[in-house]
Design a protein around this ligand. Structure first.
Ligand SMILES: [Zn+2]
Length: 633
């Protein structure tokens, strides 16, 4: 159960040029740093807590073979399990956040390692719980729940194990699988990562400025957005040319990875790899397929975006290598941490005064560690795993607009954790990724709305609209293209067809051409870019990326309704209340049902339509400003 932090994927922000750091963590006043002493006073207290968890491990293990003894024993075992798990989460959170403050401090790394060793020991001690619950008769479990009302807290936890009974093997088979397959299944992804991030040879290119640049995966994410078109062409050609040389090798690693999914779905008796992957969060496969068909139905909206981009860039023919260059002149926006907090609090007002007050007191109570510093972990995250204290946020705040948006995003996660931790018992306080990114991206939408309503400068508006538009293009269309590629390749492999790098490239090129309107002359795709699949690390996950798109779709739908209701002459709070209820529900229901209760039915096209309306509205606004500027000239 022990929880992981929600790492914001800085997927879209990576290509932004870094702004000179304004304030560093060391020099910042205490109020801009998180206060870990609210978790444990000091390392001495941490060690005491660790000792007491260690003492509980034999107690937990002693229930092995006794879960079916009586409803009393069943309850006591689950109670103990949940309580110890909660304390372990607290212990690990403290150690990992202390480490993240400055990863160069060896003493903190050692503390984290101590915690992780304990977590492994704990994991082994409780590994019997799942198989033992599965071995119990369903009638017996039902009887236990009738006899012991206190067990109701664990209803969802037990249901979630029992519902997968038909797809779980015998205890000894599961043990063999975990020991062999578990590790080996990681091999293709590890080989891929080591190769493309380390040993793969990349060429050096000379830019129009005379600057010589060595390409690499990270260099590419920066240089693909260069303003000079010839430079971009060069970067694309050389970068994808490098990948094309290893087409067969990387095809073999990806095919091996897909084969592990086939093997797992066969052993666990699923009809498809997709069903197998989605069963963990109990998401119907129809949601995945709905997303793909919605995207195809709405390609004209993507094409409108591409035509707008072509017009704004002033090129006669748009090409795939033009998609990352900025279309909006850069405006130098700078915000302090206080500005960012103020803007976030103003933006989330439509969620109600309670939401605002809790977040405000969170900012005052040092939930957030704002500034970058020597050795500090990069990126941003919200950690809601310290159940009895409060959520924490790590940021690397440099003062640009993206940093304000990141604070709003992470505050969405933090508030979700805060409300779920407050309303739910520990065992159902955590939430799945499928709903998590709804809470964060909804706040981004609210921030966008607030900024547009409160900005007079058209250039600033254009900048904000432009980044929101690119975000929608990347999240909804690019991620769904990835999702469709994953589905297509798995389906072919399921039919027993061999897949080589050549086949992967053919499938990928076809998708690119369809999505970007190559045949309609909307955006030209060079055949060389068919190698892009070989560079995407997410293809070594397991049907994961579609959730970026579905979350954005759900949050577009909800934010639109919440804003509409708030702006009525007589404001209504129906959607807002249902949404806050979802934030307070943790994992007490399955994600699809949680969203349904909040008014979003992800098995229909209605939410996607709302996202498309948002995208079209943004383009309307951009065009209106451009027309106005044109007339002034
Ligand atoms: Zn996030």
């Amino acid at each position: 159960m022990c929880r992981n932090f929600l790492l914001i994927t800085v997927l879209f922000l990576l290509s932004m040029p870094m702004v000179a750091q304004q304030v560093t963590r060391d020099a910042a006043p205490e109020k801009y740093k998180w206060d870990l002493s609210q978790i444990y006073q000091d390392k001495g207290e941490w060690r005491k807590a660790k000792e007491s968890i260690e003492n509980e491990i034999p107690v937990l293990a002693s229930y092995k073979g006794h879960l079916g003894d009586s409803s009393q024993t069943f309850y006591q075992a689950l109670r103990k399990f949940s309580d110890v798990d909660k304390e372990l989460s607290r212990l690990l959170s403290y150690a990992s956040m202390l480490y993240d403050e400055n990863t160069k401090i060896a003493e903190n790394l050692e503390l984290l390692q101590e915690g992780e060793t304990l977590a492994t020991k704990y994991g082994m001690a409780v590994s019997y719980i799942r198989p033992e619950i599965l071995s119990l008769d369903k009638a017996k479990i039902d009887q236990f729940f009738k006899e012991e009302p206190k067990l109701s807290e664990f209803k969802m936890f037990v249901d979630n194990i029992v519902r997968l009974k038909d797809h779980t093997l015998s205890q000894s088979e599961e043990k063999i699988l975990a020991k062999t397959f578990g590790d080996m299944a990681q091999a293709p992804g590890s080989v891929f990562e080591i190769f493309v991030d380390g040993e793969m040879p990349f060429p050096e290119v000379t830019l129009s400025t005379g600057e010589k640049v060595k390409l690499s995966n990270s260099a590419y994410t920066y240089y693909r957005s260069l303003p000079n078109r010839q430079d971009r062409d060069l970067v694309f050609k050389e970068f994808w040319g490098a990948y094309s040389k290893f087409n067969l090798t990387l095809g073999t690693t990806l095919y091996s990875h897909i084969k592990t999914h086939i093997c797992s779905k066969d052993l666990r008796k699923y009809d498809s790899c997709l069903e197998s992957a989605l069963s963990g969060s109990n998401i119907p496969t129809s949601v995945y397929k709905q997303l793909i068909s919605d995207v195809h139905d709405n390609l004209p909206t993507l094409h409108r975006y591409l035509k707008l981009r072509q017009k704004m860039m002033g090129v006669d023919k748009l090409r795939y290598e033009d998609l990352y260059a900025s279309i909006i002149p850069h405006v130098d926006l700078h915000y302090t941490a206080d500005d960012a907090m103020h803007l976030t609090l103003e933006a989330v007002k439509p969620l109600g005064q309670d939401y605002v007050n809790i977040l405000k007191s969170g900012f005052e109570n040092r939930w957030v560690d704002f500034y970058p510093g020597e050795g500090k972990k990069s990126g941003a995250y919200s950690n809601g795993s310290v159940y009895d204290v409060h959520p924490y946020q790590l940021l690397n705040f440099n003062g640009n607009y993206e940093d304000v948006s990141t604070l709003a995003h992470e505050s969405g996660h933090s508030m979700h954790s805060f409300l779920s931790n407050k309303k739910q018992p520990y065992v159902t306080s955590d939430y799945s990724i499928f709903v998590a990114e709804v809470a964060s991206t909804l706040n981004e939408s609210l921030l966008l709305d607030y900024m547009l309503k409160n900005t007079k400068d058209d250039n600033v508006k254009l900048f904000i609209l432009g980044s929101a538009l690119d975000d929608l293009r990347l999240t909804l269309f690019r991620q769904t293209l990835f999702a469709e590629f994953e589905l297509k390749t798995h389906e072919l492999a399921e039919k027993g067809e061999p897949l080589s790098g050549k086949t992967f490239s053919e499938i990928y090129l076809n998708l690119l051409k369809t999505y970007y309107g190559h045949d309609q002359g909307i955006c030209e795709i060079n055949d060389l870019y068919s190698n892009e699949w070989a560079y995407i690390p997410h293809f070594y996950y397991n049907f994961y990326v579609y959730q970026y798109a579905t979350s954005k779709v759900a949050s577009s739908y909800l934010s639109k309704k919440i804003l509409e209701e708030a702006s009525m002459k007589k404001p209504v709070t129906t959607t807002r209340d249902a949404y806050i209820n979802m934030l307070s529900s943790g994992s007490s229901k399955y994600p699809i049902d949680l969203l349904k209760d909040a008014g979003v039915d992800m098995t229909t096209s209605a939410p996607f339509k709302a996202a498309m309306e948002q995208m079209n509205r943004i383009m309307d606004q951009i065009e209106a400003i451009l027309n106005k500027q044109q007339q002034k000239k």
